[in-house]
Design a protein around this ligand. Structure first.
Ligand code: PHE
Length: 334
């Protein structure tokens, strides 16, 4: 009974202490052995009783030893060499595509001016892409060489510009209309550093009473300053688009070529970033908008080009090659 009491008070802090318990009570020179050795001194009539007590003590000590070991081992695995204060393994997160970053920036600048987001389908019909946009039947842009037609059926095509979304919006909304329309467009061009068979545009459309060319210019000036900062120079050149009259293209000072070969501005120092103009009255009338009451402006810009200038990308193909060395340079950019 005395040994039993003594043994139950035993706790083990580590493997060594549990082993010490085993040696002390269960070992070859341990207490159990010496108690068993007393058997020969026990009078015959008490031998049975003594044997039983010793057996009880033995199984008690064995259980106790197993408990001590188990308690210690479970503590051991709970903290098995694991330092919970260390930082975790880094999970490498992907990056946003530079075209996505650029599109988001463009859209957010125009949203601040009150433009709403609008989208349209990539697969369009002739009317929304060309007809409604005042492109005559024989306009060269409709040529199979520029336009991807679907299944040889010329009534379906991949949109060649986001101006098709203008048509979609005017079809369903009444002025005042103020929308910004990002999207992918397709043209059958030979792929090079300067051209691709698909690219991305952002279209803007504003129709209301008394919208003027001055409004267009100020809006685009504001955009350029927000996008590229105050140092960038801007110029307008007269141009022609069937869906705007008058029309203008906007150039900004090139930020890519600094002495080295420049794919973007061909060393003129200027690079065109968008087409624009006052919405042609025919386009308004195509959608039942009274061109005597309402005027509007529209513009369309290439996202690839804006991103090239923003991030000094000298080859358009980089955008679609998925080369991680290129993409990871945009880590953290939003
Ligand atoms: N759709 C024209 C293009 O793709 C750009 C543009 C849009 C021009 C709106 C004027 C007005 O080149």
């Amino acid at each position: 009974a005395q040994y039993k009491q003594e043994a139950s008070a035993f706790t083990a802090a580590n493997a060594e202490a549990a082993e010490n318990f085993r040696i002390k009570y269960l070992g070859t020179k341990g207490i159990l052995k010496s108690v068993m050795g007393e058997m020969k001194n026990v009078p015959n009539e008490n031998k049975k009783q003594f044997g039983q007590t010793v057996n009880e003590l033995k199984s008690f000590l064995e259980r106790k030893h197993a408990e001590l070991k188990a308690a210690f081992e479970s503590r051991e695995t709970a903290s098995s060499g694991m330092d919970l204060s260390l930082p975790g393994d880094p999970v490498s997160v992907g990056t946003r595509h530079p075209l996505t970053i650029t599109r988001n920036r463009i859209v957010s600048i125009f949203k601040r001016l009150g433009f709403a987001l609008a989208e349209g389908p990539d697969i369009e019909d002739d009317w929304h892409n060309f007809g409604a946009m005042n492109l005559p039947e024989d306009h060269p842009a409709r040529d199979m060489q520029d336009t991807f037609y679907i299944n040889q059926n010329p009534s379906w095509l991949l949109r060649t510009h986001t101006s098709s979304v203008q048509a979609r919006v005017m079809e369903t909304q009444k002025p005042p209309i103020r929308v910004i329309c990002p999207g992918r467009v397709y043209r059958n061009e030979t792929i090079s550093a300067r051209a691709h068979c698909f690219f991305h545009q952002v279209e803007g459309l504003y129709i209301d009473e008394n919208v003027s060319f001055a409004d267009l210019k100020q809006t685009l000036y504001f955009f350029v300053k927000e996008m590229f900062g105050n140092d960038v120079k801007v110029r307008f050149r007269p141009s022609y688009f069937p869906f705007t009259e008058p029309s203008a293209e906007m150039d900004i000072s090139c930020r890519i070529c600094e002495g080295e070969g420049c794919n973007v501005c061909k060393h003129t120092g200027w690079v065109e970033i968008l087409g624009s103009g006052m919405v042609h009255p025919n386009v308004l009338e195509n959608f039942g908008i009274d061109s005597n009451k309402y005027t509007g402006y529209a513009f369309g810009m290439g996202i690839e080009r804006i991103a090239q200038l923003k991030y000094r990308v000298n080859d358009l193909r980089l955008y679609s090659q998925n080369d991680v060395r290129f993409l990871k340079q945009f880590t953290g950019a939003l």
